[in-house]
Design a protein around this ligand. Structure first.
Ligand code: MEV
Length: 415
């Protein structure tokens, strides 16, 4: 039977029932099921090995976004995030995208950049370094035989003149399925003495660049005009996009919404979301700060969204296999490579942006938030089961979301 991430009513199930569905979808074993249900993936020993001075662990809810169809494959997407509505918004957007075939995404080869800063090099250093490029690449590749055996490794080198007395050598390293910081930093440090010798200068910083603009991912989706509310909605979303492209104050918030989705998947899968954030915002600012997505109308009057950004995310290394929740999240996703993971992450970012703009260009963002808030107030007032939705619905429609009103409504319902 074909696996589908379309699971109508998933949000209405109990946590236990949801975990069961996800277990079936992803082929999780009993241990993985009980780790999810324990809500506590990280034991003391593992945490103590991850960082210094451990005194506890800070938890976030882990949800799954449903409905994602990317390059013809169905995904349940794990998202770790504390903000309400993000998972629901991604799932709803993905559901609407399915009408026109879901997301099409493409990630480039996973090339990261290692930087070696050179001070006070000799006059013809750039020329000399270029002449000795193969020697430098060979030394870099001698540092990581396994990576090379997998088809990765240092592939190219570039010398950039930053000022009269400062050069920067870029090592372009194919890091395969890793995020790549370890491999790249090791190579940069190992090559620095040789680069000093060739350039006659002094190597100072030797470190990865988080502007991973040789490791790009793109995703696109067509949103059917009628499904999303008609031509006016299409045009208003395009106006909303134009606002972001004209104004960095708006672009910051526009991109923040995109990163809500991207970071949540990065965190769930144990990836370095600060690296992804740094890459995204620097890329967005290369020609003045711009939105990471573009939106336009196609010949059929449908809305077409595109996202493009650097994506330094891995499926091996770091804590991807160390943190039990990250390991399980990757199993739920079922991605086979860092490129496939990047394609999923970019699609989620695009879905999140669509959902935010759709809400903002129609009824506003507070309506959804208030409905969730109303549910929480209803629960606090003692509502149970079906009562929760009923009380919340009445309070939301009245625009009065207060504990005293929740109690009154509850009393009326129970009578
Ligand atoms: C809130 O976390 C994200 C939004 O502000 C994004 C946006 O405005 O596009 C809703």
């Amino acid at each position: 039977m074909e696996k589908t991430s379309r699971i109508p009513g998933f949000y209405k199930l109990t946590v236990k029932e949801r975990v069961k569905k996800v277990k079936e979808f992803a082929g999780l074993n009993d241990e993985e099921e009980s780790i999810l249900l324990s809500m506590d993936g990280l034991d003391e020993k593992t945490a103590d090995r991850m960082i210094e001075n451990v005194i506890g662990s800070m938890q976030l809810p882990l949800g799954v976004a449903t409905n994602f169809l990317i390059n013809g494959k169905d995904y349940l997407v794990p998202m770790a995030i504390e903000e309400t509505s993000v998972v629901a918004a991604a799932s709803n957007a993905a559901k609407m995208a399915r009408v026109k075939g879901g997301f099409k995404a493409h990630a480039s080869e996973p090339i990261m950049i290692g930087q070696i800063q050179i001070l006070d090099a000799k006059e013809n250093a750039v020329e000399e370094l270029n002449k000795h490029k193969e020697e430098v690449l060979e030394l870099a590749n001698a540092q990581d035989k396994i990576l090379v055996s997998l088809g990765g490794g240092a592939k190219d080198m570039e010398v950039r003149k930053l000022s009269d007395d400062m050069l920067c050598v870029h090592l372009f390293v194919d890091v395969r399925d890793a995020m790549g910081a370890n491999a790249v930093n090791t190579m940069a440090e190992a090559c620095a003495p040789l680069i000093e010798k060739i350039s006659g200068g002094r190597a100072l910083l030797r470190i990865i660049s988080n502007l991973a603009d040789h490791r790009m991912v793109e995703a696109t989706a067509v949103f059917d005009r009628d499904t999303i509310g008609g031509n006016k909605v299409v045009e208003d979303i395009i106006h909303a996009y134009e606002f972001a492209s004209l104004d960095p104050y708006r672009a910051a918030t526009h991109n923040k919404g995109i990163m809500n989705g991207i970071d949540a998947v990065a965190i769930a899968t144990g990836n370095d979301w600060r690296a992804i954030e740094a890459g995204a915002h620097t890329y967005a600012s290369l020609n003045g700060y711009k939105p990471l997505t573009t939106w336009e109308k196609n010949g059929d009057g449908d809305l077409v969204g595109k996202i493009k950004l650097p994506m330094a995310a891995g499926t091996i290394g770091g804590i991807t296999k160390v943190h039990p929740m990250a390991r399980i999240s990757l199993k739920i996703l079922g991605v086979k490579s860092s490129r496939e993971l990047a394609e999923v992450i970019a699609s989620v970012g695009l879905a999140q942006n669509f959902a935010a703009m759709h809400a903002l260009a129609t009824k506003g963002i507070q309506d959804g938030h208030m409905r969730l808030h109303a549910k929480n107030i209803a629960v606090m007032a003692g509502a149970q089961g079906d009562e929760i939705d009923k009380v919340a619905e009445i309070m939301a429609s009245e625009g009065k979301i207060r504990m005293d009103r929740a109690k009154e409504i509850l009393d009326e319902i129970r009578k």
